[in-house]
Design a protein around this ligand. Structure first.
Ligand code: ADP
Ligand code: MG
Length: 479
């Protein structure tokens, strides 16, 4: 039997507002437990929630970016359940009428084919607090700092067909919310996390299989591993005559497996009803149009523009537009370097990105600015230094030893382009290596590299490589 995998993702993106969705308490990460929980977050009697307008604007922005319908009228609902980290006994969410409805996101598959994934809805809701099970010997601690943090829950259609597709979709969304500056995307801190719904069905069948939901996956790698494990588990179960039960499961990264956490609740278990403490959310078309006009250039559009404007390959354009910061940096270097977009692309994706990675730095923390890098690349373009020497200069700049020209000057790295000077070195090298010369002339072409190496060695790598090649070829051919 051939099986087809069906996956739908629910992604929680923490909105980057300064205060919470229904209170004025700070959302900053890492404070002392319960230092950022006010009376509203604690669910004390006599207080009322007030909706944070910025959270609404962020949700609208997201909706516009995925070509969704922005509901002119949406409703906050209470989702009732008991848990120690939820002092009110309900979570305020949106249920029947979410603010963002029916959007789409295009993902690119490995073979370069583009696939459109439906986004059923994105709704606003508040996060719960955290239970702390370590450090409290036989008891649990409750930290309510996170309670009331605004979340955008983004729910996909069951359109994904493999773990790879699910990861591609999640990465695309991750880039998008960061481009829009509505979520910091920090997965370690839980600002962007995913529940994966997975089922399998006989290939060709229209009917969806029973799904399991894997909760709270907070890395792309875990999403991929958890889904692949789950697919195998379900197929093995079905092929041995068993049945998949609808349930919530947890992924254990150490064991690489998912295990049952609880049977799945149905929506009606939550006794959803409109929250009487909050007005219906009305969004007027003026705000929507203003937000549409203010949207930044989105990743797909930027990538297409890079391909056209800088004649980059689709691959290079994809790497350079992966984040807004990298794309901005690239464009700043191109502008300051007055051209050579491909040379700039190679350097930004190569030495520059490698140095950031090695030192674990963000672009904003880079010791070499876009203008400084451009000045270095201009010295390659105008033949002052070779690409190889430029790497040495770059490392010195990175280490704080000054601007490109200063480093080149101080270290005496200016390229030798004087033909007679290079010829002189070539003559010396040829005279000093008669054996190799004879071998070369009797047909051992490979020795050409040996002569190039000797010339470069004599000039400490400073001779212009193209000139060395040409002159050496001519001299070696002479009798
Ligand atoms: P909930 O999990 O809250 O009950 P839904 O029923 O709306 O919510 O589904 C949540 C997610 O599960 C959606 O992303 C949806 O595409 C996906 N989904 C629903 N049914 C299946 C299925 N049989 N197989 C895989 N994914 C599914
Ligand atoms: Mg769910």
């Amino acid at each position: 039997m051939q099986w087809e995998t069906v996956i739908g993702l629910e992604i929680h993106a923490q909105l980057a507002t300064r205060s919470k969705i229904f209170s004025g308490a700070s959302t900053a990460y890492g404070a002392e437990p319960n230092a950022q929980a006010c009376a509203i977050d604690l669910g004390l009697p006599g207080v009322l929630p007030v909706l944070n307008a910025e959270a609404v604007r962020m949700a609208v922005k997201f909706g516009l970016a995925i070509d969704a319908r922005i509901a002119p009228l949406s409703v906050f609902a209470r989702k009732n359940y008991f848990y120690p980290d939820l002092p009110k006994g309900y979570q305020i969410s949106q249920y029947e009428l979410p603010v963002v409805q029916q959007g789409t996101l295009d993902i690119e598959l490995e073979d370069g084919v583009c696939k459109t994934i439906g986004i059923t809805r994105a709704h606003l809701e508040e996060d719960a607090g955290k239970s702390l099970h370590e450090d409290f010997h036989g008891m649990s601690g409750i930290d309510l700092n996170r309670a009331g943090t605004p979340l955008l829950e983004i729910v996909s259609e069951p359109d994904l067909r493999s773990a790879k597709e699910a990861v591609a979709y999640m990465k695309k969304l991750h880039a998008l919310v960061r481009y829009l500056e509505i979520c910091d995307g920090n997965m370690q801190e839980g600002s962007f996390r995913c529940d994966a719904n997975v089922s399998v069905r006989p290939l060709g069948s229209e009917k969806l299989g029973t799904r399991a939901e894997i909760k709270n996956l907070n890395s792309f790698r875990f999403v991929e591993r958890a889904i692949n494990y789950e697919i195998e588990r379900q197929i093995a179960l079905l092929e041995s005559g068993g049945a998949v039960v609808q349930e919530t499961r947890l992924f254990d990264p150490d064991k690489g497996e998912t295990r049952s956490m609880r049977s799945k609740e149905e929506a009606n278990d939550y006794r959803y009803f409109p929250d009487p403490d909050l007005l219906q959310l009305e969004i007027d078309s003026g705000l929507i149009e203003q937000m549409r006009a203010d949207l930044p250039e989105l990743p797909d559009a930027k990538r297409q523009r890079f391909i056209k404007e800088y004649t980059l390959s689709a691959y290079d354009a994809g790497v350079l537009t992966a984040t807004r910061e990298l794309a901005d940096f690239y464009e700043a270097v191109v502008k300051a370097a007055q051209g050579e977009p491909k040379l700039v692309a190679n350097w930004v994706m190569g030495d520059f990105s490698a140095a950031l990675n090695r030192d674990n730095l963000d672009i904003a923390q880079s010791p070499v600015s876009a203008v400084a890098l451009a000045a270095l690349l201009n010295r390659i373009t105008d033949n002052t230094i070779s690409g190889k020497i430029a790497k040495e200069v770059f490392e010195a700049m990175w280490a704080g030893e000054g601007e490109a020209d200063a480093v080149i000057e101080r270290k005496g790295l200016v390229q030798i382009t004087d033909t007679s000077a290079i010829s002189k070195v070539i003559d010396e090298v040829i005279a000093a290596n008669p054996t190799q010369l004879a071998q070369y002339r009797s047909g051992k072409d490979k020795l050409f590299g040996f002569f190039v190496g000797q010339v470069m060695k004599q000039t400490q790598g400073k001779a212009n490589p193209a000139q060395v090649n040409d002159l050496l070829k001519a001299k070696l051919a002479e009798d």
